[in-house]
Write a protein that binds this ligand. Structure first.
Ligand code: CP
Length: 312
């Protein structure tokens, strides 16, 4: 695996989940694999789980880890080609990534959607420049339109339940500000690759991009999606059609215990961070499997980096 940016980079997603579960059972079994190897994790945006779980995963594999908050600690990056760099951007992404490649064996990068220009975000302009200029494998730590390590952790969490063909409700949730579509997009794409039964509920005008709706039933009635669900995955995202916009008052989309009673003793899931009593009520969060998901972020990252160390 030269890059990990989506489920499409994975030859056998089920096998990768099984590898992650083996690593969960024996986290230090491959400690020799990462000896004298280094991963550099570059963040253009904030993170708690991705940063720490990927560091932990690397340490479990015996790797050294460098973490770089490039916007705070690095030179301001230029991403345009052919410009006269006489403004505030002192370093071009071409040199920056080529230099980082000299110092490590794997690069991880987090770069969120700007939500200003849909074409630019959906072309993954920044992530693709990292891939283009890196001489070592690149792992997405969440890009403009996908969050593959989160999705892999979510697949591991659902797979662990032992339910062979789970019924999954994905529900849009309220938020105070417009958020990127990456987590929802990515979850739908991975769950569809596993052939699971997925119903998506969101307000009208908040359908994800068509490429993420393959194998997904869509409703604008939240109760319809939750009915009989084994898992309820909640996430807020801004509009794809009216790009980057958030609906007005949609507090009635908050997931409550009463709504969860429609499910098949369903488990509530969220990638975190989560705004309590806005996305979901306290009792829903307290009875959820969000911590299992967060724990599985370690083994998602570990399985991906193990594959890269073994095959590059
Ligand atoms: N779920 C997730 O990616 O969390 P962080 O943004 O804290 O890394």
């Amino acid at each position: 695996m030269k890059q990990f940016t989506s489920v499409h980079d994975v030859a056998d997603p089920k096998k990768l989940v099984e590898s992650a579960l083996e690593l969960k059972a024996s986290p230090y079994a491959h400690k020799a694999l990462g000896k004298n190897k280094t991963v550099c994790l570059i963040f253009l945006n904030p993170s708690l789980r991705t940063r720490l779980s990927t560091q932990k995963a690397a340490m479990n594999l015996g790797m050294e880890v460098m973490v770089f908050d490039i916007n705070e600690d690095g030179w301001k990056l230029e991403f345009e080609d052919g410009v006269v760099m006489n403004g505030d951007k002192a370093e071009h992404v071409k040199e920056a990534v080529r230099v980082v490649s000299l110092y490590c064996d794997i690069i991880g990068v987090r770069t969120f959607a700007g939500l200003q220009n849909r074409e630019e975000d959906y072309a993954e302009r920044i992530l693709n420049q990292f891939i283009q200029h890196s001489s070592v494998p690149v792992v997405s730590l969440e890009s403009a339109i996908r969050h593959p390590l989160q999705s892999l952790a979510d697949m591991i969490t659902i797979y662990e339940s032992g339910i062979v063909r789970p019924k999954i409700a994905v529900t849009w949730a309220p938020h105070v500000k417009p958020l990127p579509q990456a987590v929802g997009n990515s979850f739908l794409e991975w769950a569809a690759a596993f052939g699971w039964d997925i119903t998506l509920a969101n307000p009208k005008g908040y359908n994800p991009a068509p490429e993420f709706l393959r194998g997904v039933k869509v409703t604008h009635e939240q109760a319809e999606a939750l009915d009989g669900a084994d898992f309820v995955y909640a996430k807020s995202w801004s509009s794809y059609d009216r790009y980057g916009k958030l609906p007005g008052d949609n507090a009635d989309w908050t997931v409550t215990q009463e709504k969860m009673s429609l499910t098949n003793n369903g488990k509530f899931m969220h990638c975190l961070p989560l705004r309590r009593n806005l996305v979901a009520s306290d009792s829903v969060v307290d009875n959820s499997i969000v911590l299992k998901q967060a724990e599985n972020r370690i083994f998602a990252a570990q399985s991906v980096m193990k594959e890269m160390l073994e095959n590059n």
